[in-house]
Design a protein around this ligand. Sequence first.
Ligand code: GLN
Length: 491
Amino acid sequence: MHNKTIKELSALLQSKQVSATELAQHYLDRIAASNLNAFLDVEPELSLAQARAADQRIAQGTAGVLTGVPIAHKDIFVTRGWRSTASSKMLGNYVSPFDATVVEKFNAAGMVTLGKLNCDEFAMGGSNENSAFGAVKNPWDQQAVPGGSSGGSAAAVAARLAPGATGTDTGGSIRQPAAFCGITGIKPTYGRVSRFGMIAFASSLDQGGPMAQTAEDCALLLNEMTGFDERDSTSLTPEQGNVREDFARDLNKPLAGLRIGVPKEYFGEGLAADVEAAVRAALEQFVKLGATLVDISLPRTSLSIPTYYIIAPAEASSNLSRFDGVRYGFRAPEYKDLQDMYKKTRAAGFGPEVQRRIMVGTYVLCHGYYDAYYVQAQKIRRMIADDFQAAFRDQCDVIMGPVAPSVAWDLGAKSNDPVANYLADIFTLSTSLAGLPGMSIPVGFGQGEKNANRPVGLQIIGNYFAEAKLLNIAHQYQQATDWHTRAPEGV
Ligand code: GLN
């Protein structure tokens, strides 16, 4: 049952071969038996109540495709009923009085929430080791990180603890854990999915998206997720192109004539040979499907790291100023006066990586440094976006390359080395800075005794609003290959 896709589960539910209640119970049992630390909060009674309501809708004939299908939410999306912690001690016991727009939409569609998923604290990280509630294990190899920040989401889908999950991506946090756990994930165009109720990290970059076994399932989830939301001031309007569309409409289009840009900067120094081999084999598969490969250049790729690691912390330092122990969340138990309360609360409530980013962000926004760092980074951000536009205008329809320079590394291997973590984001940051949609699909495994069981992801980057095209491309690949059907041993 749990190896079925959302599409297949939907068919079973609609034809009443399985009830939403049975399905929810099946996944809840799997979650209870799992030792991956993927879930931070599970409330079986709430899930089962949603499942019973879904069964009623199915009985009454008022169900939609996703009614009764289970889903789990990254703990960045606030939810009524389940705790919403952002994997931070700061929000350790926080229960939101409202639902994030994305959660509200899935609830309205009749989906059943299985619980809240572990992630890096405030989504800052790429290994899930920055969670205040402990790391998540990669279900393919329990010595390995699941990636991050949506590590719980990726691990849960890979271990079949949920057929789909929400993730958020600021600089790679949907794509990279999807790659490390061998699942499919898409970060939509910035502004397509409402950020309302998504606990903010870097507001000009944050974007929610779906993670599932297949591109087809991601399309079904994305159909419910997108749309203008007046409660998010950066939500794209219908006039700007954010119209409701069926993201599954083009899944079956053949790929003949597709021009795939292959940026040389994504295959240079630092890319592990086993990742390169799997990615190149995937590119060859696309040639078999009728596409042509075009050599392109994205010359500012290496600048994406300093640029992102100025802009994201700057925005984070501002967003996280609200966590001061006054209105909600954690407050230090003992303090002398108000100033002291702020200091002790923030020192004890935030983990080391979050503190580091608040300090960096505050520094680059300081009078005297603002022009040298923040303004400069904004200029380079524009140039990075322009490089993509030049490629899409003159050379290619989509761009492909690796998601990450290596397969998942060992738990602990980089946990005391922030710069090593930042460098591993090299292939995902540019897309985020440009606000473009990007996705990751599984295309094989690493090599050698250590990496043979660690998945490799292919990144597919499109122009603004090209989600349906990306999903089409991914689906065609998945019709021709079976990497997406592989599950870790014992699952
Ligand atoms: N790994 C990147 C970072 O640490 C991206 C995180 C994200 O996309 N939320 O900021």
